[in-house]
Design a binder for this molecule. Structure first.
Ligand SMILES: [Zn+2]
Length: 350
């Protein structure tokens, strides 16, 4: 439908309009174009035409969405209201993310950025996001590189997160100096946002703090456990993440592993030296939780904690069961995997 209007910008004054059906295209005259954009005269129409054509051409060649009337209207309104904006920013603002996939468009970002005297490359859309943020969100590697090369600033944001947080999430990290950036909502580091072990390693080598607590008191270990990112948890521990840091309820990652009935993670944390006797704000140890909670793996978890030296509860503790009470003798049921770990440990020491 409006394809020919857009194509019309490529050099002819006579533009085309049509109904919604793209196969039903008819050529229209300048005055129709003028009326589409509610312009007052031919001179004005031609001046606007020139402004639009410079911005629309790169966008039109990178996104077919522009042929939808409402999108074209948004693009044109945006161009008219922000005449200094680059096509990159217009595309980002309107949400034509597919533009960032086109090498041609990426090249135009670079070229236009050289003339970006007003610094619009760092301007924010109505969600507080820069073009760089959007390119990260869409995981458009080439566009991110082009924008960075064009001096897009990774420190500009008004949406609570920096591009690095999104880049970590989409596993496309190009920000070498943002290792400590905190997101606004949870005050999480990039490590909290990591989704695979390679990213954990990269962030570690960039100097990110692996133990920093978020606003909710959670360390990356808490988060990886919560999200069941086993490889990330292991990687964090291998790089020395501290498993004895409690969240604001006093729960260590070990407490959480036990509460989640996660045998493997309980085993992992004790093997990596977690303090098995730490108490949460309710005065509960991991052993007390394992002993008093009815869960599928509770008995096995109790065994793992017991052979790792977890003490029984004090006499004053409330709600204890036979697995944790002072005078109890029940220590859970055998966990062959834990026995193997203990055997290996013994062999290593002898
Ligand atoms: Zn107890």
């Amino acid at each position: 439908m409006l394809k020919n209007i857009v194509n019309g910008f490529k050099g002819i004054v006579e533009v085309a309009s049509a109904n919604i059906n793209p196969y039903n295209v008819q050529v229209i005259k300048l005055e129709d174009y003028r009326s589409i954009f509610r312009l007052s005269g031919d001179g004005h129409a031609l001046a606007q035409f020139k402004i639009y054509s410079e911005k629309l051409n790169p966008i039109a060649s990178a996104s077919s969405s522009i042929y939808q009337e409402d999108i074209l209207k948004k693009v044109c309104d945006c161009i008219q209201q922000h005449q200094t904006w680059t096509p990159a920013h217009v595309a980002a603002f309107v949400g034509l993310y597919e533009c960032f996939k086109q090498p041609e468009f990426v090249r135009s970002v670079t070229v236009l950025a050289q003339y970006d005297k007003a610094g619009v490359i760092n301007w924010l859309n109505n969600k507080g996001q820069t073009a760089l943020y959007l390119a990260c969100e869409k995981n458009e590697s080439d566009a991110v590189e082009a924008l960075l090369k064009a001096k897009a600033d990774p420190n500009v944001t008004a949406c609570g997160r920096y591009p690095i947080h999104i880049a970590v999430k989409t596993e496309n990290m190009k920000f070498k100096d943002q290792a400590h950036a905190l997101d606004e909502k949870n005050r999480g580091t990039p490590v909290h946002w990591a989704r695979n072990k390679e990213m954990i390693e990269l962030l570690y080598r960039m100097g990110s703090n692996l133990n920093l607590q978020s606003k909710t008191g959670h360390t990356p270990l808490h988060i990886m456990l919560e999200k069941s990112r086993r490889d990330c948890t292991m990687e964090l521990l291998c790089f020395g993440a501290d498993s004895c840091i409690s969240d604001y309820d006093g729960n260590t990652p070990l407490h959480h592993a036990v509460m989640k009935d996660n045998v493997e993670m309980t085993r992992v944390f004790v093997v990596f030296g977690a303090d098995v006797d730490m108490l949460n704000n309710k005065g509960q140890s991991a052993r007390h939780i394992a002993s008093t909670t009815k869960s599928k793996n509770g008995k096995k978890i109790l065994f793992i904690l017991h052979v790792s030296g977890a003490k029984r509860c004090e006499l004053s503790a409330k709600g204890c069961c036979k697995g944790c009470m002072t005078e109890g003798t029940w220590n859970g049921t055998d966990d062959p995997a834990m026995n193997t770990v203990l055997e290996t440990d013994k062999d290593g020491k002898s």
